[in-house]
Design a protein around this ligand. Structure first.
Ligand code: SF4
Ligand code: SF4
Length: 180
């Protein structure tokens, strides 16, 4: 079984205080708790002026390329910019990049040893807009190799990968009648 850590976000309870941003940046400062800077936080609170709505978003995976397609959200008639709710640090925008180093930011669930009872942003969210939930999930079985893969792996172990790829290339050309 593997442990899955989740933070549930109840947008209706968020009052936009941004304590989560402050706590996250302090926890990840070098040295720890030496400074605060919401720009360095792994959580950002987006503000929708029209609806007086605050939407906390946590930094997800880094991507080195922009999406080829974008999603556009319309919620209760309000159209949001593409990328508004995206968690990725990507070249298309500045959010979730460290303002000093430019390195991507990513939520690490405040991992440390010994583990915290709950992540800092959850702890400092006094309205309970953020709730920490832990659950256990079955680990997926390791993908089984099929017969061809098992055979190739054995041959690669015995003769080396280069010999195998050279032989396959030669066989393939021979099949096409191009090999002399
Ligand atoms: S600490 Fe909680 S209420 Fe305050 S901005 Fe963050 S999520 Fe919203
Ligand atoms: S879980 Fe930790 S690292 Fe992730 S956003 Fe909250 S405070 Fe930051």
């Amino acid at each position: 079984m593997k442990k899955v850590k989740t933070i549930k976000i109840d947008v209706d309870l968020c009052n936009g205080c941004r304590a989560c941003e402050v706590a996250c940046s302090a926890f990840h400062a070098e040295p720890k708790y030496s400074s605060t800077n919401p720009e360095k936080s792994n959580i950002r609170v987006l503000f929708d002026v029209k609806r007086n709505l605050y939407i906390p978003v946590m930094a997800g995976e880094y991507t080195d390329a922009e999406c080829m397609g974008r999603d556009q959200y319309i919620i209760d008639g309000t159209e949001y910019d593409e990328c508004t709710f995206c968690r990725a640090s990507c070249p298309a925008r500045d959010v979730f990049k460290d303002p000093d180093s430019g390195l991507p930011l990513k939520c690490d669930m405040c991992e440390e040893e010994p583990p915290l009872e709950e992540p800092l942003c959850v702890k400092w969210c006094i309205t309970d807009a953020l709730t920490y939930v832990e659950r256990e999930e079955e680990e997926e079985e390791e993908e089984k190799l099929d017969d061809v893969e098992i055979g190739l792996e054995a041959l690669a172990n015995k003769h080396g990968m280069k010999k195998i790829t050279d032989t396959l290339a030669r066989l393939s050309m021979s099949k096409k009648g191009e090999y002399v």
